[in-house]
Design a protein around this ligand. Structure first.
Ligand code: GDG
Length: 476
């Protein structure tokens, strides 16, 4: 890492790095203590823990927003990483983040489950903020550096960065699905997004089908030549490849080995009256199929297949994107549904659903995974779904069953899950009962096979495979 005098925010020092990660958010959250002093804490989650070791060994820099609108922050070091905050105004958060990213791209890329908003002011803000990220990356990247751009908020950055710094090697990874041509075609700025992505040397997706959608679009929309999953563009080869993301198995194994986590799991079971526990853990998002799973669960009581006190559903719904209208509507809808089901089927002291609209620490989540008999993951569309893999990674006791939507990326790897079509409520009910009644031997057989896959393909391997591919020579 070379420290040079630079022009960053008017003459402060710029650290140039051989390895740069660009993501909407920095990998740290600001925590304010009771006495008002602020400090930074590493954000939970697999992406950060996968990239942090690479950042350290390569003395990398992470570029991202620090979470406070209108605030300008100088670059700083934290947790062994060099961090470069990128400013976002309150208006940009509304138009670029809540708007174009989460009210346009998010629903469009998830099968238009909610109607996407097409708004020119949102698009303009998306372009402006992407340009700012590209400029920050251009400024900190050393000659010939590796720059790894993350996710749908930053799809224009590859092209913008290449224009500023043709010497750097650019990788892009999309964490969410990439839609088929028939849906992507709706987007008024479809050409600009595709050209933006084609600025990269390597465009990574969760699944091979998404890579194929991308290549097909390049051909149809831009008339680009291609061979298998290589697109020929601007005298370069742009590779489209699949790299299914995974979880930090090492961290989760350490967590579930802690005696207090085991004890907490026991305590949860006792608190719930030793009922059979169905568990859902999701961001409160309309792509996650929460309403469908609760409806199926409620109907099992209606049909007399389950009895209050005998089975209970714990649904953790982590608050998410609370200023976006569709998310406010979803929250109302789920809360009404939970009230209705508990009102109809619950008994005094025995609600059938425990709905918790809050966020927990990793240890509590691990204890919940250990306590659950049936883990229910039923997204209507999901790039991967880490919750399914976390559950599997935690169950070193070989117990518990996983009900998994066919529409989660994870279904391609977790073949031994009880797979369901979440739109088919009868099928979902049947599968919940089958998973509930699986014999311990059958549970262990399935769990062993799923654990093998997750342990061998953890998040370190994901990061390693992506970077190894990016570093391959790729000249025409
Ligand atoms: C996107 C894609 C893709 C949840 N509640 C709490 C909490 N979580 C953690 C889970 C898990 C993560 O959040 C959620 O990851 P998912 O993969 O399930 O879903 P998205 O947030 O939609 O993620 C997805 C992923 O990116 C990675 O590429 O798999 O398809 O949509 O790790 O454990 N964590 C804590 N408290 C909570 O209450 N600490």
């Amino acid at each position: 890492m070379v420290i040079i005098k630079g022009s960053w925010e008017g003459g402060t020092r710029v650290t140039r790095s051989e390895f740069v990660v660009v993501a909407n958010r920095l990998p740290v959250d600001r925590v304010v203590a009771e006495d008002g002093t602020a400090s930074w804490r590493r954000s939970p989650g697999g992406l950060v823990s996968a990239i942090a070791p690479v950042m350290r060994s390569r003395k990398g820099t992470w570029i991202g927003w620090h979470g406070a609108p209108d605030e300008v922050l100088e670059p700083f070091d934290e947790d062994g990483m060099h961090l470069v905050p990128v400013k976002q105004t309150a208006e940009e958060v509304e138009l670029y983040y809540e708007g174009f990213s989460n009210a346009t791209l998010w629903p469009l890329y998830h099968d238009v489950i909610a109607p996407p908003v097409y708004d020119r002011a949102m698009w303009d803000a998306y372009v402006r903020v992407n340009q700012r990220f590209a400029e920050a990356a251009a400024e900190v990247a050393a000659d010939g550096a590796i720059v790894w751009i993350q996710d749908y908020q930053l799809q224009l950055v590859p092209k913008m960065l290449r224009e500023l710094r043709p010497d750097v090697r650019i990788g892009f990874f999309l964490h969410i699905p990439f839609p088929p041509l028939e849906l992507f075609w709706q987007l008024p700025w479809r050409r600009r997004i595709l050209e933006g992505l084609l600025g990269a040397d390597l465009v990574g997706f969760q699944l091979p089908g998404a890579a194929s959608n991308f290549v097909r679009l390049c051909r149809r929309l831009l008339d680009a030549r291609y061979l298998k999953q290589d697109v020929f563009w601007d005298d370069r080869i742009v590779r489209a490849r699949a790299f299914p993301i995974s979880v930090d198995v090492h961290e989760l194994r350490k967590l579930v080995a802690r005696p207090e986590v085991r004890e907490r799991a026991e305590e949860i079971r006792t608190d719930l009256g030793d009922a059979t526990i169905f568990l859902g853990v999701d961001r409160l998002d309309y792509t996650k199929g929460i309403a469908q799973r609760l409806q199926a669960f409620g109907e099992l009581f209606e049909d007399g297949n389950l009895k209050p006190g005998q089975a209970v559903f714990v649904q953790i719904a982590t608050p998410s994107r609370e200023r976006v209208e569709q998310y406010q509507l979803l929250r109302e809808q789920i809360e009404q549904q939970v009230g209705r089901i508990n009102g109809t089927h619950g008994e005094l002291g025995f609600p059938v659903i425990h709905y918790l609209h809050t966020s927990y620490d990793r240890a509590e989540l691990a204890a919940l995974y250990l306590a659950a008999d049936v883990m229910v993951v039923t997204p209507l569309r999901d790039g991967m779904n880490l919750v399914a893999k976390e559950y599997v990674a935690c169950r070193d006791d070989m117990r518990g069953t996983l009900v998994l939507s066919e529409f989660a990326g994870a279904a391609a790897e977790l073949k031994r899950a009880y797979q369901v079509n979440p739109y088919d409520i009868d099928g979902l009910k049947e599968t919940l009962l089958t998973a509930l009644n699986a014999e311990p031997m059958e549970q262990a057989r399935r769990m062993r096979s799923m654990r093998k896959r997750v342990i061998e393909h953890d998040v370190d391997r994901w990061a390693h495979d992506f970077l190894a591919e990016l570093e391959q020579p790729h000249n025409l």
